[in-house]
Design a protein around this ligand. Structure first.
Ligand code: ZN
Length: 267
């Protein structure tokens, strides 16, 4: 995997709900989620992948029941082309200086909104939802405490900027599924670091199956990382790109992927 463009390996190496997209780990311009649908959340750009859409609707209903507030969509699924146009417009505005444009807008392929698993939410009636106002609103507080119950995480939290590459965004919710979200609620960490843990555990399990290491090792890893319980169940088989390789190569390939993720974490 080392030496290959990241755009070619990202979706395959991060299956299911844990798809990783960030400034260092772009997604291919070709990637369009297959099961997008318009959510029943009022607002604009309301599309999400089917599972995330259902979870978001359930969350909005719970918010309304528990606080009386109404959630709105500010931005859900955003295709690569649209992100390209937004970036190009910003670049023009700042006189073609990429470093300046990058401060405000994600480059095409580096926005998590392209996954269809992300929605920027707001509270109906709040003036400036994409600002500190949402974080301080009733919904903002509620979402911070409760989004995990529906499988969402607050992707960009305070103090994580160096890892995620993004400033604090109390409105940016990312669907990862209930098991992962519950674990991350108990053990808060950026998705980047969590994926490293998941991948390490998967690698150790593969090695254990081949008799290359002791089966107890995944537990030791969890302890070493300061976690008390095992990670939620994840897909046991290797991602698609690795399964096409010969058996002999797989161990080395996984080790290389792990090195990459470690490098990513320290980037
Ligand atoms: Zn967002």
């Amino acid at each position: 995997m080392i030496g290959q463009p990241l755009t070619e390996v990202t979706p395959q190496h991060n299956p299911d709900d844990l798809l990783l997209v960030n400034r260092n780990w772009p997604i291919s311009g070709e990637y369009v989620p297959a099961d997008l649908r318009v959510t029943e959340i009022p607002g604009q750009v309301r599309k999400l992948r089917a599972e995330a859409a259902a979870a978001m609707e359930e969350m909005a209903a719970a918010l309304r029941k528990e606080t009386g507030k109404r959630l709105i969509s500010v931005s859900g699924y955003r295709p690569y082309d649209k992100q390209s146009r937004i970036y190009a417009r910003k670049l023009k505005k700042v006189g073609g200086v990429e470093a300046l444009a990058d401060e405000y807008v994600a480059r095409p392929g580096t926005s998590e909104h392209q996954t269809g698993l992300t929605m920027d939410v707001g509270e109906r009636g709040v003036e400036d939802n994409l600002g500190d106002a949402f974080g301080e609103s009733v919904s903002g507080h509620w979402v911070r405490d409760n989004a995990w119950r529906f499988g969402f995480i607050l992707r960009y939290q305070k103090g994580w900027e160096d890892v995620t590459g993004y400033e604090y965004e109390p409105w940016h919710l990312r669907y990862v599924g209930r098991a992962h979200a519950a674990y991350l609620h108990e053990h808060p960490m950026p998705l980047e670091e969590y994926l490293l843990l998941v991948r390490e555990e998967r690698l150790l399990r593969v090695l254990a199956r081949r008799g290359m290491t002791q089966a107890e090792e995944p537990e030791e890893t969890a302890e070493a990382a300061g976690t008390e319980e095992a990670l939620p169940a994840i897909e046991d088989e290797l991602p698609a790109m690795e399964t096409v390789e010969t058996d002999d190569d797989q161990g080395g390939e996984d080790a290389a992927s792990l090195r990459d993720l470690r490098a990513l974490r320290s980037a």
